[in-house]
Design a protein around this ligand. Structure first.
Ligand code: ZN
Ligand code: ZN
Ligand code: FE
Length: 745
């Protein structure tokens, strides 16, 4: 006989771990108990040594699919003669360290029940079990137990309670357990808050309204979506007009994977990610000649597709039959709307009807967006399904760190021990509500993890809201503030997630903009970086952004500046010029010459924009990154050629644009040559300045699939090791991870 105490940490709460342990112990005739504590799960078992050994093996091999064990401590204790095996009530005191699980899409078993007319949860939009359902979006504090979630207001009916208490039941301790008798339900209103119907009738009415081409706001798991028929041009046009959302693509939800295949060409690997329990939006190649509206993703040969991840989505998509636009419901640059009252206040201008439910959302979470590059997942937005699971760091932090991220696509992170917990996507800190949400997320992280930072890290940009917030926070709490350069933070995040220890890497950090040490707008940087610091070994030669901020939205201004730089006043008559009035060009020449409101930039994103204007792809952007995204359409792998360039202390881009203007090739070849050129610049600069090191690629520009694939292809030939992002976005959504790791050394 033997008695063991086992302490497990990791993502082990809310995944059916305790019932699993209970059933395992019963099966092996072991007595003792299992309980949740704030660090994870504690198990005591007593019984025959042979059975205890089997227990330890099965703990690893049979554990529930969603459980992630990070560590396991075992201690042998004197026999206590337990009489039975029981699940003990959770202890809620002490330092909170368990992982909060993301929200998990509806499992197969629940779907089967939901579609079974004999089942008491037939067509119930909130069906869930121990293996699926909401988690992070409903949790108020740890430990993860029903009274600490927004489900606390629903008292379980006797039948639900029986399931919840029965260790043999698949809903044993499923915290959001509910049924039509005792759980949440849906209600349909006009956007003026006039009640129309509820429950099954509301579902039927909703589908009918969608078929009529109406636009609805529908409450989901992490917030509201704006929803309409993805095959209805008029509906989508109206949505774009009302939302003032020019051409930015919308995500589309399909009823199942087969329906996705009717509309898109997907690879096996893409399919695997689309059907995974996280159910992110996956950007894939769209098929031609389908009935999907061209308004979904104007000018792009790709669409963001995803599958239903809540029971309500399944019911809607099945009843509706056709694909639906499902886009985060918000005013531009504001956070996704999560509360019913706010929905009527903010969304009534976009929508005809609003479908709400009465399960409150505690933490707002947008859908995650990924794409698959080179058989690896590449995050555009890491949010629902992934946040707030931690990223493991290559070494331990000796202090508790708060990192506040950047300005665009903001995420924040807290770090302790060897983990960084990145927040869900917060977004651009452009509006008062977005900034408020930023603070709310930070405070809810403090609360959830019982966390008090000893150091705070921000960007270097003096005018970022996040920087100023961090300054204030550091003063008020009397803790040190570290400010780190934007592109160095990109490089660090890449190193952290790739487990780089004590070696420098050659990091190519290309993005739209980041504040440089010299006060200029960096963005085409080549750094040799380690955890102690970095050296800026090369960058794109500076050019002037005529009109500052305005140039970021107008590729024609960037191109014009580059043309002035190359040709002076004698400009060749190319599409860029046609995009201006003659008077404007004279005026801009003077502005440019004097450098009035024309900050210097080395941004690779802007180089993309300049090419887009010169090639007449785009003169004014409808959304950030649009020029590069459209140019991807034209990339042809058969084009091997590239434009000339010069590498000295800086990259001279003049020869690229001179030849681009002069050669008489078709647009497809020109664009392919341009993207190839950027890939060769990376490789050649590496060979000149970083030989022997690993080659890292970070920054938003490296979301461009042909560019990154071309670089990897060229690097393979030269036997260069390439590091890319797989766990956090390469865009500014990954900055907070880099800011955390700087505190480790
Ligand atoms: Zn389930
Ligand atoms: Zn019930
Ligand atoms: Fe950046």
């Amino acid at each position: 006989m033997k008695r063991l105490k086992i302490h497990i940490t990791g993502a082990v709460q809310g995944v059916g771990f305790r019932p699993f342990v209970y059933n395992l112990a019963k099966r092996l005739n072991l007595n003792g108990y299992v309980t949740n504590d704030t660090h994870g799960v504690i198990i005591e078992i007593e019984g025959k040594e042979k059975n205890i050994n089997q227990f330890l093996i099965s703990l690893q091999t049979e554990k529930p699919p969603l459980a992630h064990i990070f560590s396991q401590e075992i201690e042998e204790l004197p026999l206590k003669e337990f009489k039975d095996f029981e699940i003990k009530k959770s202890k809620s005191k002490g330092k909170k360290e368990v992982f909060i699980l993301p929200d998990i899409s509806t499992c197969e078993e629940c779907l089967k029940e939901m579609n079974d007319p004999q089942n008491r949860r037939y067509r119930y939009p909130f069906i869930n079990c121990t293996n699926c359902g909401p988690r992070f979006t409903i949790i108020e504090k740890l430990p993860y137990d029903r009274p600490n979630t927004t489900m606390k207001k629903f008292k379980m009916c006797p039948q639900c309670e029986k399931e919840y208490k029965d260790p043999q039941d698949r809903r044993f301790h499923a915290q959001p357990n509910a049924c039509p008798v005792c759980g949440p339900h849906i209600s349909l209103f006009t956007s003026d808050k006039e009640f129309i119907s509820e429950k099954e009738k509301a579902l039927k009415d909703t589908v009918k309204l969608l078929k009529e081409g109406k636009i609805l706001a529908i409450k989901g798991v992490g917030g509201f979506h704006l929803v309409c028929d993805a095959t209805n041009n008029k509906a989508i046009k109206t949505l774009r007009e009302r939302k003032k959302r020019g051409e930015k693509p919308f995500a589309v939800m399909f009823k199942d994977i087969n329906q996705i295949k009717e509309y898109a060409d997907i690879t096996d690997f893409e399919e695997a990610i689309i059907v995974s329990p996280e159910k992110p939006v996956v950007v894939v190649k769209s098929k031609n000649n389908t009935d999907l509206s061209k308004e979904v993703a104007p000018y792009l040969d790709r669409i963001g597709v995803f599958l239903p991840y809540s029971p309500l989505h399944h019911l809607l998509l099945n009843d509706f039959g056709k694909p639906l636009i499902m886009t985060s419901a918000n005013l531009s640059d504001e956070p996704i709307v999560k509360d019913n009252e706010k929905a009527f206040e903010k969304l009534s201008i976009f929508t005809d009807y609003i479908l709400v439910h009465n399960r409150d959302i505690k933490n707002r979470v947008d859908d995650s967006v990924v794409r698959i590059i080179d058989k690896k997942i590449s995050f555009i937005r890491r949010s629902r399904g992934y946040a707030p699971l931690p990223v493991k760091l290559p070494f331990k932090l000796d202090k508790k760190v708060l990192a506040v991220g950047g300005h665009q696509k903001n995420t924040v992170a807290i770090g302790f021990d060897d983990k960084a917990f990145l927040s869900q996507h917060i977004g651009d800190l452009q509006t008062i509500d977005a900034c408020k949400n930023f603070e709310e997320v930070i405070h809810s992280f403090f609360e959830l993890y019982d966390f008090k930072p000893q150091i705070v890290v921000s960007d270097l940009h003096p005018r970022y809201y996040s920087t100023n917030w961090a300054k204030k926070f550091s003063n008020e709490n009397n803790i040190p503030l570290i400010q780190i350069q934007h592109h160095y933070a990109h490089a660090l995040s890449l190193m952290a997630e790739n487990g780089i220890k004590d070696e420098p890497i050659f990091a190519v950090c290309w993005d739209g903009t980041g504040y440089g040490e010299d006060g200029n707008l960096w963005g085409g940087e080549f750094l040799i970086a380690d955890y102690k610091g970095y050296e800026r070994v090369c960058y794109f030669n500076y050019f002037k952004l005529i009109g500052g901020e305005k140039a970021i939205k107008e590729p024609r201004r960037v191109a014009l500046s580059i043309l002035f730089e190359i040709f002076g006043k004698d400009l060749p008559y190319i599409p860029t010029l046609k995009a201006f009035k003659e008077k404007e060009i004279d005026l801009f020449y003077k502005t440019w010459e004097k450098g009035l409101n024309s900050p210097l930039s080395s941004s690779a994103g802007r180089i993309f924009d300049a090419a887009a204007s010169i090639l007449n792809i785009r003169q004014i952007l409808s959304y950030e990154g649009q020029s590069g995204m459209i140019m991807e359409n034209f990339y042809n792998w058969n084009v091997k050629d590239y434009y000339p360039f010069e590498i000295n202390d800086v990259i001279n881009w003049e020869p690229i644009f001179r030849e681009m203007i002069n050669d008489n090739l078709d647009i497809e070849t020109k664009i392919s040559k341009f993207i190839n050129t950027l890939a060769y610049i990376v490789i050649e600069t590496y060979k000149k300045k970083g030989k022997g090191l690993k080659l890292g690629l970070s920054g938003g520009v490296f979301q461009n699939k042909p560019l990154i694939k071309k670089i990897i292809q060229l690097a393979e030939k030269e036997k260069i090791t390439v590091l890319t992002h797989k766990k956090v976005p390469s865009n500014d959504g990954g900055l907070s991870l880099g800011q955390i790791i700087i505190c480790a050394k």
